[in-house]
Design a protein around this ligand. Structure first.
Ligand code: ADP
Ligand code: MG
Length: 636
C-alpha cells in the first residue's frame, strides 16, 4: 500500500520559494546574529531532540514506529576537508509535505506580529529574534548550503526526501530513498566558518549548549573500533533529563542552558525553582521566570504554559492547565509520574491531580518570587517592570493566595522620588501615622497625572502617603484587594472627604470672610448652569491650590473602568460625579464678583467644571467649545 503512495508521487525535483516571512527572517538573522553564530548547533540539536521526543510520544500508541531501531539518539559528524557539519537523529522525521511546510514557512502564531515589531536596529532586533526562536534557519548564518535528508517514521524507504537550499530565497525538494528513519541536516560551511568542522570546537559547543539534552549526542571518538577500523562513537553530553538529576549537582549555567532550550529565549532567566515531589502525587517541576516579557505577553491567544512530560516522555508543549493565568509568563517543565501516557488536553482539564498540581505549582512560583524579592531587590524590580501587570491579576484570580500576592505587589506612591521607586504595602503600613485607618490610593492614566491630581492636595499638605495607580487594570484589581493588615483601601477621589477627620496635622485654615449663605446660593446657581452634567456642586476642604475637582459618586464607576467599558463598545452606567469647589480660591471669588454678568458666570462655571474633568483624565465632550471659552476669558 505504501508502495502505491510513493508511486503516485512525482519523482522529480521541485524548486520552490520560501514564504516572504522566511526570506525576511533569513536576511535579518544572518546580519543581526552574526556575533552568536555558534547557536546553529544548539538549534539543530534541539530540533533533533524534539524529533526524538515526538517519535517516543507517537510510539506510545503505535509501537511499531520504533522498529528495531529503538534507541533514540543524535549524532554530530563533520568533515574538515569538505567543510561540512551534520546533525543526524533517528526521531520522527518528515514526509515530503512536512518538509515543504516546516522548512519553507514559519507557521508559528504571532509571526506577523513579531515581524511588525522589528525596528531595523540590529541590537534590538537580535533580541527579538532570540525571543521568537531562531530555529532551523540559523543554519544559514554559517552555511552557504544546507541539505536535509529525512524520512518520516512509518513511511517506506522510498518516501525519503532531500531538501536543499543556499538560503537565498529558494529551496529544492527531491525524492531520495532513505533506509533509516529520521533526519540528517548537513551544513556546507561558508569558507570563513570552516573552523566549525573540527572535533574540539564541536565537542565543547555540545557540552556548553546541549549537555541537558536527554538523548545521547554522539561524535566520532578518538579510539578505533577493533572490528571495523572505524572510530567508535563517543557520547559527548550527560544525556540525562536535567530535572531528573539531583539539584545540588546541577550548575547554574546548566539550568540556564536548559531554560533557553525550553523557553526559546536567548537570555538567562531571572530565577528558577526545581522541585522533586514525592508522596501521593509524584512529579518534578522545573520552573523559570524569564528576564524579559515575550513580545506577545498581552496576547491572550498566544501559547503559554509548561512542557508536560509523563515519566520522562515528552507529551506536549504549552500545557496551560498547570499554572493559573496570572502566572502565564512562567516557563519550564512538569514531569508527572502518575498521569497516563495517553493524556490529552481535555483530560488535563478535568483531572483532579492536575488541579492539585496547579495549586502546588502556583505556590512554588510565589515562593520563588518571595525569595527573589528578599534576596535581590534589583532583579525583583526587573520582574515587576516586565510582568507586574500580569501578576496583579492574581489578586482577582487566586483568592486563596491573596495575602501572599498582596505582599508581592509594588506601588509608586506620593513619597516615591520617581516612578521607578516602588514600595510594598507593608512598608506603607509601617510609615503611615498610627491613627490612619485606611490605605489611600488614586487612579489616573499615568503616574504623572496621578501626582498632579488636585485631590491629592490635602493629603500632601498633611504629609499623608497615597498609592498612585495607573495601569489599565488597577482599578479592577484594587476593587478586589479587600483589606491588608486589617486596613481597607480608599480611593481619595471618591465620595465626600471628611478632611477634619484625616490623620496628620491639620494646617492653619485661612479665615473665609464670605457669607456662607451667599456661597451656598452661588454653588446652587452653578449647579443649575451645569444641569445634569454633575449630580451636585458643593464646597470642599480637600483642595488647597486648585479651584475645583470632581469627586466620584460613592456608587459611580471609576474613570479608568468607564474608559475600558467604552473601549469595549459599552456605555458605562449613567452616574454623575460631584463638582467640588475650593470656595477660598480667587477664581471662585471672581465668579462671585461677576454674578451680574450671566455669560461670564456661565463661562467661569463651565471652565471650573472642565478643568476638573481634565485633571481627572476624563474626556471633554466638546473640546472646541472649551478652547473657545478659555480664549474668550483670556481676552477679557
Ligand atoms: P521550532 O523548533 O521552534 O519549531 P525550527 O525552525 O527549529 O522551529 O524548526 C521548524 C520545524 O521543522 C520544526 O517545528 C519541525 O517540525 C521541523 N524540524 C526541524 N528539524 C527537524 C528534525 N530534525 N526532525 C523532524 N522535524 C524537524
Ligand atoms: Mg527548533
Amino acid at each position: 500500500m505504501a508502495q502505491d503512495t510513493s508511486a503516485r508521487k512525482s519523482r522529480r525535483a521541485r524548486t520552490r520559494s520560501f514564504q516572504a516571512e522566511v526570506r525576511q527572517l533569513l536576511q535579518l538573522m544572518i546580519h543581526s546574529l552574526y556575533s552568536h553564530k555558534e547557536i546553529f548547533l544548539r538549534e539543530l540539536i534541539s530540533n533533533a531532540s524534539d524529533a526524538c521526543d515526538r517519535l517516543r510520544f507517537e510510539a506510545i500508541s503505535t509501537s511499531e514506529l520504533l522498529g528495531d531501531d529503538a534507541v533514540l539518539a543524535i549524532s554530530v559528524d563533520f568533515n574538515g576537508d569538505e567543510g561540512w557539519v551534520e546533525v543526524t537523529d533517528n526521531g520522527i522525521g518528515m514526509s515530503e509535505e512536512e518538509v515543504v511546510q516546516q522548512l519553507g514557512t514559519i507557521a508559528r502564531s504571532g509571526t506577523s506580529d513579531f515581524l511588525s515589531r522589528l525596528s531595523g536596529d540590529e541590537k534590538q532586533d537580535a533580541r527579538l529574534i532570540g525571543q521568537f526562536g531562531v530555529g532551523f534557519y540559523s543554519s544559514f548564518i554559517v552555511a552557504s548550503k544546507v541539505e536535509v535528508r529525512t524520512r518520516r517514521a512509518g513511511l517506506p524507504a522510498d518516501d525519503g526526501v532531500l531538501w536543499s537550499s543556499d538560503g537565498q530565497g529558494k529551496f529544492t525538494v527531491r525524492p531520495t530513498p532513505r533506509e533509516q528513519r529520521g533526519t540528517a541536516v548537513r551544513l556546507y560551511l561558508k569558507e570563513e566558518e570552516r573552523s566549525f568542522a573540527e572535533a574540539y570546537s564541536l565537542r565543547s559547543l555540545i557540552r556548553r549548549y546541549s549537555d541537558h539534552i536527554a538523548f545521547p549526542v554522539t561524535m566520532p571518538g578518538t579510539a578505533s573500533d577493533e572490528n571495523q577500523g572505524e572510530p567508535a562513537r563517543e557520547v559527548v553530553n550527560t544525556a540525562q533529563a536535567l530535572w531528573t538529576r539531583p539539584k545540588r549537582e546541577i550548575k547554574p549555567e546548566e539550568y540556564h542552558e536548559f531554560y533557553r532550550h525550553v523557553a526559546h529565549d536567548s537570555e538567562d532567566p531571572l530565577c528558577h525553582a526545581h522541585n522533586q515531589v514525592e508522596g501521593r502525587r509524584e512529579y518534578t517541576s522545573l520552573l523559570f521566570i524569564p528576564r524579559q516579557a515575550p513580545f506577545d505577553l498581552y496576547n491572550r491567544e498566544s501559547p503559554r504554559g509548561v512542557k508536560l512530560y509523563v515519566q520522562r516522555v515528552f507529551i506536549m508543549d504549552d500545557a496551560e492547565q498547570f499554572l493559573p493565568l496570572y502566572l502565564r509568563f512562567v516557563r519550564g517543565i512538569v514531569d508527572s509520574k502518575d498521569l497516563p501516557l495517553n493524556v490529552s488536553r481535555e483530560l488535563l482539564q478535568q483531572n483532579e491531580d492536575v488541579r492539585a498540581m496547579r495549586q502546588a505549582l502556583a505556590r512554588r512560583v510565589l515562593d520563588m518570587l518571595d525569595r527573589l524579592a528578599g534576596d535581590d531587590a534589583e532583579n525583583y524590580q526587573k520582574f515587576w517592570n516586565e510582568f507586574g501587570r500580569v501578576f496583579k491579576e492574581g489578586v482577582v484570580e487566586d483568592a486563596g493566595n491573596r495575602d501572599r500576592i498582596l505582599a508581592l505587589l509594588r506601588f509608586t506612591t506620593t513619597d516615591s522620588d520617581d516612578d521607578e521607586q516602588k514600595t510594598t504595602l507593608a512598608d506603607y503600613f509601617e510609615r503611615k501615622p498610627a491613627d490612619q485607618k485606611e490605605f489611600y490610593y488614586i487612579v489616573a492614566a499615568s503616574p504623572a497625572a496621578a501626582r498632579s491630581s488636585p485631590q491629592l492636595e490635602v493629603f500632601t499638605q498633611r504629609g499623608l502617603e497615597v498609592l498612585l495607580l495607573s495601569d489599565p487594570i488597577d482599578e479592577w484589581v484594587i476593587g478586589h484587594l479587600g483589606e491588608y493588615q486589617g486596613l481597607q483601601f480608599r480611593d481619595v477621589t471618591r465620595g465626600a472627604l471628611a478632611v477634619d477627620e484625616l490623620p496628620g496635622i491639620a494646617p492653619e485654615k485661612a479665615r473665609d470672610s464670605a457669607d456662607p449663605e451667599d456661597v451656598s446660593a452661588l454653588l446652587q446657581r452653578m449647579n443649575s448652569v451645569l444641569g445634569d452634567e454633575v449630580s451636585d456642586v458643593r464646597s470642599t476642604d480637600r483642595l488647597t491650590d486648585s479651584p475645583s475637582c470632581l469627586a466620584l459618586g460613592e456608587q459611580e464607576m471609576g474613570v479608568q473602568m468607564q474608559r475600558l467599558l467604552r473601549a469595549s463598545g459599552q456605555e458605562p452606567p449613567n452616574m454623575k460625579p460631584i463638582l467640588e469647589i475650593n470656595t477660598g480660591h480667587t477664581l471662585f471669588k471672581r465668579l462671585a464678583l461677576r454674578e451680574g454678568d450671566a455669560e461670564m458666570f456661565e463661562d467661569l462655571t463651565r471652565l471650573l467644571h472642565e478643568q476638573a474633568m481634565l485633571t481627572q483624565g476624563r474626556d471633554l465632550e466638546d473640546p472646541g467649545d472649551f478652547v473657545r471659552r478659555v480664549n474668550r476669558l483670556l481676552d477679557t
